[in-house]
Design a protein around this ligand. Structure first.
Ligand code: ATP
Ligand code: MG
Length: 563
């Protein structure tokens, strides 16, 4: 369980709850829930809701249930249930034994529906979906009452039972609450409570062919579970009177209160499960856990940690008005966390061979290199150094512009943790002119990283020993979309996908200590970025790394101005 911090910044929801505790509303009890519909993998927006609901419960010594809000057989599945369970757990939250399913309440909900019919508060309506829409009216015009509104209680009971028994095809009848067709709030204009859907449900199979609507099922599920504060997103604000109407009319024992907050919107991505499913189904990504997806599973595979995600959710806070959070903030939280925890290693993404002419052939030295510059407790590893090295092709330019301080003909640089080397000759492919190898000399006096004569170099570059390095594949992930608002920019979001959001480098070389790298573990490749061992495709035989996030410009200082 996550340790909560009682000095967490307060917000309007926590203020409401604090007041309720003080006035002993609900006998001082706090019970929240996270109620996902298992029709997709949880995403970072869900993480906000998870952190909020579980966070408040922990802070107030209350409880938070995990409830599958599975009242629509279309698109729901056990795969999604399992993904939700895994992700909430991974984020660090615990619902103890309180895992619930709205589908377990079907019979209870049905009894509530019968009760409303008997009270003359619900009726079976036989208008078509289109007609219901036409009768509903608009924001400026009141609706029109259904001609079926005055069916007798007996007739309604009979019809609902026959709907349940499967006598009628989909769309022929619905059960509606009898409220007020002239209400200024369209939600209150005799809303639908049940519809016929002859579809197999992933849990209840074919036991039911009528399914409750969200507005009817949700408030009663909350009440059945004794929820005190039903926290949901802003688009349900207009539904709150209906939420209360069902609870009031049915005089249920527990009357939870609904509180709305602004959903998380994040730039450069999308948060609709339907759209995310489209990306998966059209194979525009490798799956729900593609490291570019805004899903929790994608972020986990990408190398984001639960701590980074929780810190992000805490930082964005909870507000009553919609806004768009910059993706850069999430990336900042990831960097901040990885900067603390990721061991530093050396990896060469685009290898360029370097031969140190004056270093004895066959000789190998081992440099003791710390895993973290500021945390000695992380220990160190031995990195072999030899005559044949790889450096990153980006660290060399044959004809450098003025501001390029790294390696070029005649120039001296420092190798990270080691000697100064100087480029003395450039070997090219005779046919293509491509630089294939650099011949260098090293200064044996600079083993400490400094020259006894006090001469300075302007850059420190990373390297690996060619004989000892391990081959690896590195996947450079970037934002999935090119534009900040992919859903509004183009009619088809796929037009905004960034074709450069994944670049695969297949001939990378990493230092030999990485042989022990285990699935999912995180590293900082010095000067390059944060990476993790891919949990799906990496193996002892073929290492695969995912770029989690780039290093801001922090490395530029080391590179351009020496240590
Ligand atoms: P979609 O909008 O894709 O249909 P949803 O939001 O309805 O999905 P649910 O599974 O019903 O998805 O959501 C579960 C809970 O997570 C709900 O309480 C919902 O309010 C909350 N939630 C969903 N998206 C966000 C978001 N972007 N920011 C904050 N909370 C969210
Ligand atoms: Mg929903």
């Amino acid at each position: 369980m996550v340790q909560t911090n009682s000095s967490l910044p307060s917000d309007f929801i926590r203020d409401i709850i604090q007041d309720d505790i003080e006035t002993n509303k609900y006998q001082g009890r706090v019970a929240t829930r996270f109620p996902p519909e298992p029709n997709g993998y949880p995403h970072i927006g869900h993480a906000k809701s998870i952190c909020l609901n579980f966070g408040i419960a922990a802070q107030c010594r209350g409880t938070c249930n995990l409830r599958m809000d599975d009242t629509d057989p279309t698109g729901e599945s056990m795969e999604y249930v399992n993904a939700i369970i895994r992700d909430v757990k991974w984020l660090g939250f615990d619902w103890e034994e309180r895992l619930y399913y709205a589908s377990d309440y079907y019979e209870k909900l049905y009894q509530y529906a019968l009760q409303l019919i008997k009270m003359g508060k619900a009726f079976v309506c036989s208008l078509s979906a289109d007609e219901i829409r036409q009768y509903r009216g608009t924001f400026t015009e009141p609706g029109k009452e259904s001609p079926y509104r005055d069916r007798t209680i007996e007739e309604n009971l009979d019809l609902l039972e026959r709907m349940r028994a499967g006598e009628f095809p989909d769309g022929t009848h619905v059960l509606r609450a009898k409220i007020d067709m002239a209400s200024p709030n369209i939600t209150m204009r005799d809303p639908v409570m049940y519809r016929i859907k002859k579809e197999t449900h992933y849990r209840t199979g074919d036991s039911w062919c009528i399914y409750p609507m969200y507005d009817f099922a949700h408030c009663l599920s909350d009440s059945i579970e004794g929820i005190t504060h039903s926290i949901c997103t802003l688009e349900f604000e207009n539904n709150r009177p209906l939420y209360d109407w069902f609870l009031d009319e049915l005089k249920v024992e527990h009357q939870p209160q609904q509180i709305e907050f602004a959903r998380l919107n994040l730039s450069y991505t999308i948060m609709s499960k339907r759209k995310l499913l489209e990306l998966v189904e059209r194979k525009l990504v490798s799956g729900w856990d593609d490291p570019r997806m805004p899903t929790i599973s994608g972020m986990r595979r990408r190398g984001y940690t639960p701590e980074a995600i929780r810190s992000f959710c805490e930082r964005i806070g909870v507000a009553k008005n919609d806004s768009i959070v910059d993706m850069a903030l999430l990336e900042h939280c990831v960097r901040e966390d990885l900067n603390e925890r990721a061991p530093r290693v050396m990896a060469i993404l685009r290898p360029l061979r370097v031969v140190i002419d004056n270093y004895p052939e066959g000789r190998v030295e081992e440099f003791e290199c710390p895993y973290h510059p500021k945390n000695a407790a992380m220990g160190s590893r031995k990195v072999p150094f030899s005559r044949d090295l790889y450096i990153d092709a980006d660290d060399f330019m044959e004809n450098p512009p003025k501001k390029f301080y790294r390696l070029s003909p005649g120039r001296e640089v420092r190798l990270r943790y080691g000697y100064f080397i100087k480029c003395v000759r450039v070997v090219k492919n005779g046919r293509t002119g491509e630089v294939v190898e650099l011949r260098c000399t090293y200064d044996p006096e600079t083993r400490s990283g400094f020259a006894p004569d006090g001469r300075k170099v302007d850059a420190t570059i990373h390297w690996v020993s060619a004989l000892d390095a391990l081959p690896a594949q590195v996947r450079l992930y970037d934002r999935l979309f090119r534009v900040a608002d992919p859903l509004t920019k183009e009619s088809d979001m796929t037009l905004s996908l960034d074709p450069k959001s994944l670049e695969i480098l297949r001939s990378c070389q990493v230092e030999p200590s990485m042989a022990a790298a285990i699935s999912g573990s995180l590293y900082q490749f010095e000067r390059v970025g944060y990476f993790c061992v891919d949990s799906v495709d990496s193996s002892d035989k073929a290492l695969v790394f995912n770029r989690t996030v780039t290093l801001r410009d922090a490395w530029a200082r080391i590179t351009e101005k020496g240590k």
